[in-house]
Design a protein around this ligand. Sequence first.
Ligand SMILES: [Zn+2]
Length: 145
Amino acid sequence: MPFVAGNHIQAFCSKCKADKEQVVLELWEGQVRKVRCTACDHEGTYKRPHHPDAAVPEKSKGAGGKEKKKKRGKAAQPKDEWKEALAGKENEEAKPYVPAETYKANERLDHAAFGIGVVMRVISATKMEVLFKEGRKIMVCGRKI
Ligand SMILES: [Zn+2]
């Protein structure tokens, strides 16, 4: 969003020695140049907030400008969910997947085609939901032969 003089932004105040709400006084080529601290009325050159969570102007010039971390706006991808589900279970043995076998929620299993999966929930005596790398699948379990 473009900055407009009079806007309130978070910036580092050299007098307060902290991130403070500051009023934009002057802009230069779309960049905030001069600000006034709402806490101490100190006017000065805009300085990026030191707190990482504070709002940072889109384009920040200067060599010290570090890339801000991109936030994941989208829902977790199946692959991430799968990774998370497997986290901490690396050393657990994965049971080979056999339809006749019974499994418990959170148990790891090893499917011939889909690879390593985690049992998300047991739906019924013969059905369970398993999270594989490519997504969730309903699998047969405890099948009587
Ligand atoms: Zn101040």
